[in-house]
Ligand binder design. Structure first.
Ligand code: C5P
Length: 226
């Protein structure tokens, strides 16, 4: 099957030398790409900037900002069977990026932020994606409620949720512990494991999901905000 995987944090520039980002390391998304390749699938990896190396067999599409990731996903989604949105996309970007380095002058500096497009939320509604759709949710509280809400709102076939308030798992750790949420309301807690062995398990679960009717829903105008 053909997979498209988004991974790692996006960077939203403030000026030519500074940016807003988050603590995601990209390890989970890259492990998923490795696991899908090892299972014999073709992988397009849409990746923001990260310190780790992508698997050489993946077709790498490098992006930096959420809007670049949105455009890359729109361009590469046609023909894909399974889309996994594992990226930690910045919800907001700086409204007006300074052309030159902002100098230290005033005691206070205000940055006005505007909402980025929701890439996963656009998959069904804007891009007309009819394949298997997998989302991730990193939460610090009310994990199940937020995960189920995202699963339904973004029309996913599977939502993988992890509790990032726990320091021993999640962001920038080698291990992860996730709960899977399915559209019929069932859930499955997977035991703590390395991100790579968890990725093998997730790919096995994903390829066993009931297939969607492939339907062209047609593009609508403009991306919804995240
Ligand atoms: O940010 P949030 O917790 O809503 O992310 C849930 C899912 O949506 C993740 O799979 C993430 O990759 C995706 N997402 C996205 N575009 C955004 C925000 C989130 O694709 N702007």
């Amino acid at each position: 099957m053909r997979f498209l995987i988004t991974a790692v944090p996006t960077r939203e520039p403030i000026d030519p030398v500074r940016y807003l980002s988050n603590r995601s390391s990209g390890k989970m998304g890259y492990a998923l790409a490795e696991a899908a390749l090892a299972d014999g699938h073709a992988v397009t990896l849409v990746s923001g900037p990260v310190a780790i190396s992508p698997p050489p067999e993946a077709s790498l599409v490098s992006v930096e900002t959420a809007r670049e990731m949105y455009d890359a996903v729109a361009a590469h989604l046609p023909g894909v069977d399974v889309a996994i949105f594992c990226a930690a996309v910045a919800d907001y970007r700086v409204a007006s990026v300074a052309g030159e380095k902002i100098k230290k002058a005033e005691e206070e500096l205000d940055l006005r932020l505007v909402k980025n497009p929701d890439i996963l939320g656009s998959a069904r509604t804007v891009f007309g994606f009819g394949g298997l759709l997998v989302g991730f949710a990193a939460e610090t509280h009310d994990l199940a409620r937020h995960a189920l809400d995202k699963l339904r709102r973004k029309q996913c076939d599977l939502l993988v949720a992890n509790d990032v308030s726990r320091r021993e798992i999640g962001f920038d750790r080698d291990d992860n512990e996730v709960t899977l949420f399915f559209p019929d309301g069932t859930r499955e807690e997977l035991p703590r494991a390395s991100k790579r062995s968890l990725a093998d398990l997730l790919i096995a679960r994903i390829v066993a999901l009931p297939k969607q009717e492939t339907q062209e829903m047609g593009r609508q105008d403009g991306p919804p905000a995240a």
